[in-house]
Each structure stands twice: as structure tokens, then as C-alpha cells.
Design a protein around this ligand. Structure first.
Ligand SMILES: Cc1cc2nc3c(=O)[nH]c(=O)nc-3n(C[C@H](O)[C@H](O)[C@H](O)COP(=O)(O)OP(=O)(O)OC[C@H]3O[C@@H](n4cnc5c(N)ncnc54)[C@H](O)[C@@H]3O)c2cc1C
Length: 239
């Protein structure tokens, strides 16, 4: 629900209070000028979380935005989110203004995408908004002894970013005119991913997801091996 009238937002918060968790911002780290990692600590001890799930924040009285925890640690009562500060919307402005000591409510977790332990290999496709997901799935792969592969498309000005998932993640140049063009070239060269072993998590820009999904289906990847969750789309506010 990207937007609701304030009265409805207030009512939902009261009626669904078990999904709203009080948290405090306890740390803010800039991985670079536009990627901001924020640690939230608080009332999340008893929450079940599967890697790949998302949380939501009420970013204004009337607007909500989704984000993917890179870490969700119920023992430490801590959750971390990596925000891409693209500067084009209220979610980005809200994330930019987050600072240590701030108190807010984290909603969820939920969403339709989640880590599937039956696959020995996990491939995350996305963009700058998927860096947190890549971290989360990579950590889960390490924990469970499975293989992680990342493929992220970044805007030309971000292409040199270090994102901390080492050589398991390939970064390619995004093109606004030809969604996923370079990513498809890389996928074509990864011949080992078309068997039965790989679970795909396609996220980020809606148009790129569409192209990658179509390509994988053409290559014979079973539909049920591909999970998709668009994170943003041109001209749309808050997916
Ligand atoms: C399930 C889910 C999980 C998500 N997880 C994360 C996450 O972990 N980290 C994160 O940073 N974001 C994440 N996002 C995306 C984040 O919610 C979007 O960045 C959000 O929609 C932006 O909100 P906004 O108000 O800033 O811009 P919006 O009001 O949504 O969009 C305004 C305009 O900005 C432009 N725009 C939006 N996003 C981008 C972009 N990435 N690049 C270029 N232009 C853009 C579009 O043209 C859009 O029309 C997630 C989204 C979803 C749905």
C-alpha cells in the first residue's frame, strides 16, 4: 500500500499493531555517497523472518515504502537495511534524513519473495535497490553451505561501487533504453545456470525483470524456479 489517507493509516496502525514494531536507529554507515546502511534495533525478538522478505516503513503520514533487510537478527533484536538514495522520491528523501537515535515503526516482515532452501545455487538479479537482498541471500547461502551468484545492473555513475559481496557478484552497466541488455549478455555466458539446480530471485527495475524472466523461460528454466519482485518502475510511485 504505497499511499493511504492519514486517518486510514492511523486506524490501520491501531488495528494491526502486532505488525508494527517500535525500533530505534542505532547506526548509520554510508557504503558510498548514495548507499546508506541503517541499523534498527528494537521490538523484533519474536518475529519469524525468511531471507528475501521485506519490511515496510510509513515514510510520511500518508505514504509507505518497502525495503529489504540485509540482516534480520532476532537474537540481537537488530535489522539492517541498505537504502539507495536515488533522490527522486519521498522514500529516498526519508531514507536520506534517517539519523541515529530516531524512533520509528517497522512494519512486517512480508512480501512474496523468500529464500528457498531446496536449491544448491541461488542467483540474485537486481540493481542498486537490491544490494541489501544480495547481502541477505549471500549470508544465508554461506550459513547453509549453498552457492551464491549475484548479477546487478548499476547506473553508469555507480558502476565502480564496492558492495562487499566479493567476486560472487557481477556488476554490469544499466541502460534506460535497453533494460537488462548487459545482464542478458552475462547470463548467456553463464552456461552452468540452466540446469535444475538454480533458484532465481529477480528484483529491481520492473522492465529489467520482465526481460530477464522472459530470457530464462526461453532457455527452459522452469517457471517455478523463478521468483520475481519488482522494486521500482519508471513513472510509478512506491511499489
Ligand atoms: C518489495 C520491495 C523491496 C525493496 N527493497 C529496497 C531496498 O532494500 N533498498 C532500496 O533502496 N530500495 C528498495 N526498494 C525500492 C524502494 O522502495 C524504492 O526506491 C521506492 O519505490 C522509492 O520510493 P521513492 O518514494 O523514493 O520513489 P517513488 O515515489 O517510488 O518513485 C518516484 C520516481 O522515482 C524514480 N525511481 C524510483 N526508484 C528508482 C531507482 N531505484 N532508480 C532510478 N529511479 C527511480 C521513478 O521514475 C519513479 O517514478 C524496494 C521496493 C520494493 C517494492
Amino acid at each position: 500500500m504505497p499511499s493511504v489517507p492519514k486517518w486510514l493509516g492511523d486506524t490501520l496502525e491501531k488495528l494491526s499493531s502486532k505488525y508494527y514494531h517500535a525500533v530505534t536507529v542505532t547506526d548509520v554507515t554510508y557504503l558510498n555517497e548514495s548507499l546508506k546502511k541503517v541499523r534498527f534495533e528494537g521490538d523484533i525478538k519474536s518475529i519469524a523472518f525468511t531471507p528475501g522478505q521485506v519490511v515496510e516503513f510509513r515514510v510520511t503520514d500518508t505514504d509507505y515504502r518497502h525495503y529489504t533487510p540485509s540482516v534480520f537478527d532476532t537474537k540481537q533484536k537488530a535489522c539492517e537495511v541498505i537504502f539507495y538514495l536515488h533522490g527522486r522520491g519521498i522514500g529516498s528523501m526519508w531514507a536520506e534524513a534517517l539519523e541515529e537515535g530516531q524512533q520509528l515503526k517497522l512494519i512486517g516482515p512480508g512480501g512474496k519473495l523468500a529464500y528457498r532452501s531446496e536449491f544448491p545455487v541461488h542467483l540474485v538479479f537486481g540493481d542498486e535497490t537490491s544490494v541489501g537482498l544480495a547481502h541477505c541471500i549471500a549470508n544465508e547461502c554461506e550459513r547453509s553451505g549453498s552457492q551464491f551468484k549475484g548479477l546487478l545492473e548499476f547506473a553508469p555513475e555507480n558502476i565502480s561501487w564496492e558492495i562487499g559481496t566479493d567476486d560472487r557478484t557481477t556488476v554490469v552497466r544499466a541502460s534506460m533504453d535497453s533494460p537488462a541488455k548487459r545482464a542478458l549478455e552475462v547470463l548467456e555466458s553463464w552456461q552452468d545456470i540452466y540446469g535444475d539446480k538454480v533458484g532465481f530471485y529477480l528484483t529491481g527495475r520492473a522492465k529489467s525483470i520482465q526481460r530477464v524472466r522472459g530470457y530464462l523461460l526461453e532457455k527452459g528454466v522452469p517457471r517455478k524456479h523463478i521468483q520475481t519482485e519488482p522494486y521500482w518502475a519508471e513513472g510509478k510511485r512506491g511499489l
